[in-house]
Design a protein around this ligand. Structure first.
Ligand SMILES: Cc1cc2nc3c(=O)[nH]c(=O)nc-3n(C[C@H](O)[C@H](O)[C@H](O)COP(=O)(O)OP(=O)(O)OC[C@H]3O[C@@H](n4cnc5c(N)ncnc54)[C@H](O)[C@@H]3O)c2cc1C
Length: 452
């Protein structure tokens, strides 16, 4: 039985089998990388299913496991690493209709994983809470996709990455078996299914901590000097009294790519983008003055809402997207600096690579609670060799590269340091290796002969 036979057998479920739509739903944002684009553009599933209930998910899983058909989970396909692209055909399971918030109480929520983050936040707000981290793709990305493939986002300056202890409390996860088994995993065990590209279990529900709701303002501060902008961003990020959700640093010429905000971004300036509490706006202005900065844009939460335009969509990997809209030859890297010397590293790399590498930094807290920078530097792409050299130069400076030009988990964010417990869980929850096959390079079982 292949994917088409399964779609016929489970004909009560919502299926997409028209090849163009199937191909579209088999792709993600890996085209940002000229390398992944070449490797993945033709990969496609045979069919896409969009289950609405746990029972429907179970039926699909059971038939795939019985007949050796690969199953790749999809949120809304905003990942960058080809995370939800099926390498071996089979079925893509689009989780976006499995989207109920189960409960919210005392700063904790439990939700099905297909919910879009923006929908979740709308509901959480009625309880006086909000998500602790939102990726800049919050309008379309799902909770399960963020959990399965993401890192964090706006809010990570306070709560660290998703993986910081205390953020994720429990997950309900289904095994890839003929008779699927559902497990409830807590704390560190639960996190074994985080950022594993849906390879070691189908995450059905997540229980996670929330942040108290704040009516966030948004600001841009511009500077003539790189160091002034960097110092301001760092002072604001580290200053304990400044209440913030986002601190992003964009070196010239990046602000020039934000064409819709051109009137607030004079040519040749470096910009710091902030999401901050109203009470921190005046202290922020004083700090900007101290660093020779000019507040060129400041909007209240109400103004942001009524314009439906948020600066968050200039940050994180939206920065790259805005740049690519203007210049398609650009690409990017993702990097993690060393919290004990990130300012030194930033300055040294700017000196060495200015012109070829455009510095974009997101200030965050690490899992351990230290302030640090995460880089999504924009690169003037020439060749794959030079791209690799640039990444090596970063490593030589002690900066960790989360390579967005590879599709296996080990070669990307895990940096070859994949927790062996992740693989053990894979043995337990996906013994045939049918979940998103090909993405876990070090999983030692022989590849199956897939019945795609
Ligand atoms: C412009 C742009 C900006 C971005 N900004 C950010 C950012 O600020 N922060 C950040 O962390 N990321 C960012 N990303 C990456 C991506 O958008 C996020 O990780 C996003 O949350 C993914 O959600 P999704 O629903 O699109 O997931 P998808 O891309 O559909 O899936 C991501 C991975 O999760 C797996 N998955 C999906 N559902 C489940 C499930 N129920 N159980 C197990 N695995 C599952 C998929 O198989 C896949 O491997 C950005 C990407 C782009 C293109």
């Amino acid at each position: 039985m292949n994917a088409h036979d399964i779609s016929q057998q489970l004909s009560d479920l919502e299926w997409i089998t028209e090849p163009t739509r199937v191909h579209k739903l088999s792709q993600d944002f890996s085209w940002y990388s000229p390398v992944l684009k070449r490797q993945l553009a033709d990969k496609t599933a045979q069919a896409v299913v969009r289950p609405k209930t746990e029972q429907e998910i179970k039926e699909v899983v059971s038939l795939c496991a019985t007949h050796g058909v690969p199953l790749t989970l999809r949120g809304t396909g905003t990942g960058n690493y080809g995370q939800c692209i099926p390498l071996n055909g089979g079925i893509v399971m689009d989780m976006s209709a499995y989207n109920q918030v189960l409960w919210i109480r005392e700063g904790v929520a439990r939700s099905q994983t297909g919910i879009r983050l923006t929908e979740f936040d709308k509901i959480a707000k009625t309880h006086g809470f909000e998500l602790r981290w939102i990726p800049s793709t919050f309008r379309s990305a799902t909770l399960g996709g963020l959990y399965g493939g993401g890192f964090g986002g706006a809010g990570s300056i306070n709560y660290g990455p998703i993986a910081a202890p205390g953020n994720i409390l429990k997950v309900r996860v289904m095994s890839m078996d003929k008779e699927p088994v559902v497990h409830e995993l807590s704390d560190a065990q639960a996190l074994l299914t985080h950022h594993t590209y849906g390879t070691n279990g189908i995450v059905l529900e997540i229980e996670f901590s929330l942040a108290p709701l704040v009516e966030w303002s948004e600001a841009m501060v511009v500077f003539n000097e790189f160091d002034d902008a960097l110092n301001f961003a760092n002072d604001f990020a580290t200053g304990a009294g400044y209440q913030k959700k986002e601190v992003a640093f964009m070196a010239d010429p990046i602000p020039g790519y934000f064409t819709t905000f051109a009137s607030s971004l004079p040519k040749g300036t470096h910009a710091v983008i902030l999401v901050l509490a109203p009470s921190s706006c005046d202290p922020m202005k004083a700090l900007a003055l101290k660093h020779q900065g000019e507040v060129s844009y400041l909007k209240s939460a109400q103004e942001v809402q009524s314009s439906n335009r948020t600066l968050i969509e200039l940050t994180w990997n939206h920065t790259t997207l805005q740049a690519l809209k203007v210049d398609k030859t650009l690409t990017y890297i993702q990097s993690g600096f060393d919290p004990s010397k990130y300012m030194e590293q930033v300055r040294a790399l700017e000196k060495e690579l200015k012109g070829e590498v455009m510095m974009h930094l997101e200030f965050i807290r690490t899992k351990e609670g230290l302030i640090n920078c995460s880089g999504l530097q924009i690169i003037r792409f020439t060749t794959e060799e030079r791209l690799n050299e640039i990444m090596q130069i970063h490593r030589d400076h002690g900066v960790q590269i989360n390579n967005p030009h590879v599709y296996t988990l080990e070669d990307g964010k895990a940096g070859n340091k994949l927790n062996p417990e992740v693989l053990k869980l894979k043995d337990q929850l996906d013994p045939q290796g049918l979940l998103n096959p090909g993405k876990l390079r070090t999983w030692s079982r022989p590849l199956q002969q897939f019945n795609a």
